[in-house]
Design a protein around this ligand. Structure first.
Ligand code: SAM
Length: 447
């Protein structure tokens, strides 16, 4: 495989490409590299390759002229897909690079024989004039959500990741099949922990199963260790991995799905907005109480407060709860009784806060919800940030009946959760549906 590297700093690569397996692959002819500096294609005496950004701002931008000439010199034809092979352009905001992409690039190379060429454009300064991407259909590649000085370090990551998947690169071909993020044994998960001699190091013994010679036992231990590693550090990988029945059964035995134990919700019936956007009280409904209780139970919430200052409405709530948690409803539907046992009656938000503080010993973080942004209330907090708070303190989510929480209720909150489907033309969810979706956004677990 050949790499054309378009860079202002070819010297950056001396060293890394000669080291270890990369060096060997280069010597054997499996890999080859050539360097192409846009500076060599500059037309002025000073060999200028950058200019100040139009529209102002700090730093310099790489000029399109020298880069375009460099790419034409390599055989790329502007406004066409023509060229010597895939063109990749490194940029911090590009498409995240991962093992799947590395495998696809290596596989294409594999299929087309050893002459496959990848051309990598390394940006510098504030980046590259955007017209280069318009003229030459390059694939934007990011190696992570951070900003490097230039694309050279990113190029080295890509070169290593792709090259080691080429047949003949690694001594033992099985190595690449049993690695992190690779379908095979790890199933797209991080790799399992590895151990080598001695058997006991500083009092720490190698897991017994690895010394047993029981291949099926070892494979199972490794699979489960990978799953656990994903759950602890990269839960999104576990969520995306192909889990079979045994994986799920084992996961259920060792860890419950993300629990909302520290998450509580309150259905507020006052102060909420009426049709004219005036603050007032809304009526309690059987439907809301049942459905939010069921969602709360499903997501493992610590409790669900139904709040109304109206005594007759609280009496209605007590009737509903009595029927379903202790009366005929409980006998005919014990699952429903379990969900409705989570419901607590209260007059207002302050009552719920005081009750929670009494029960948990910590004042809850109050988070409002709204279908609209720009309500002029507290700042928005992402679902991930709300989930982060659950590690250390109770969080009470407020849901408004009627047309939503009145400003007086929102003002009591430390923050507001992002509105659901705010970019759509219609986002009038029932409060029951909004509660369920919000719980899932905060506590989503493996599916
Ligand atoms: C200092 S950076 C420019 C950062 C750019 N102004 C921004 O805010 O995204 C210079 C060059 O480094 C490369 N680069 C920086 N971070 C990268 C990343 N995470 N992945 C891939 N390339 C990166 C790109 O080629 C970029 O043009």
């Amino acid at each position: 495989m050949h790499f054309n590297i378009v860079t202002l700093f070819p010297e950056y690569f001396s060293g890394p490409l000669d080291c270890g397996q990369l060096g060997k692959a280069r010597e054997s002819g499996l890999l080859s590299f050539s360097f192409h500096s846009p500076r060599d294609a500059a037309e002025d005496k000073r060999r200028t390759v950058d200019g100040p950004p139009y529209g102002g701002g700090p730093g310099m931008v790489m000029l399109p002229g020298p880069l375009s000439r460099t790419l034409r010199g390599l055989g790329f034809i502007p406004r066409s897909a023509g060229g010597p092979g895939p063109l990749l352009l490194f940029k911090a905001g590009g498409i995240p690079f991962g093992q799947t992409r590395a495998a696809a690039l290596a596989e294409e190379a594999d299929r087309s024989g050893r002459d496959r060429t990848l051309t990598l454009i390394c940006g510098r300064y504030e980046g590259i004039d955007a017209r280069i991407e318009e003229l030459f259909p390059a694939q934007p590649v990011s190696v992570g959500d951070f900003v490097l000085n230039g694309g050279e370090a990113a190029a080295l990551c890509l070169i290593e990741a792709v090259s080691r998947l080429l047949p003949g690169f690694m001594g033992d071909e099985r190595s690449r099949e049993e690695e992190s993020f690779t379908p095979g044994l790890c199933g797209g998960l991080p790799e399992y922990p590895q151990y080598t001699r001695p058997e006991v190091f500083e009092g720490l013994a190698v897991p017994k199963v690895l010394l047993s010679g029981d291949h099926a036992g070892i494979a199972l231990w490794r699979r489960q260790a990978s799953l656990l590693a994903a759950l602890q550090i990269r839960p999104e990988l576990a969520a995306a991995a192909a889990l079979d029945h045994d994986d799920r059964a084992w996961l259920q035995s060792v860890c419950r799905p993300a629990t909302g134990r520290n998450l509580y919700c309150a259905l507020v019936h006052f102060p909420v907005l009426d049709r004219e956007d005036n603050p007032g009280a809304a009526s309690l409904t059987n439907l809301d109480i049942h459905d939010i209780a069921r969602s709360s139970c499903t997501y493992g919430l610590g409790g669900f407060y139904a709040l109304t200052p109206l005594a007759d409405q609280r009496a209605l709530l007590r009737d509903i709860l009595r029927y379903w948690t202790a009366g005929p409803g409980a006998r005919s539907n014990p699952d429903r009784a379990r969900a409705l046992a989570l419901v607590r009656e209260g007059e207002d938000i302050a009552c719920a806060v005081a009750d929670l503080e009494l029960r948990t010993g910590t004042a809850p973080l109050l988070i409002g919800t709204s279908a609209r942004s720009g309500h002029g209330g507290p700042p928005e907090m992402t679902f991930a940030e709300i989930a982060g708070y659950l590690q250390t303190r109770p969080v009470l989510l407020l849901f408004g009946t009627g047309r939503g929480l009145a400003p007086q209720a929102l003002e009591m909150c430390a923050a507001v959760a992002p509105p659901l489907r705010a970019l759509g033309a219609y986002n009038h969810l029932s409060v029951r549906a909004a509660a369920a979706v919000t719980f899932d956004r905060i506590l989503h677990d493996l599916d």
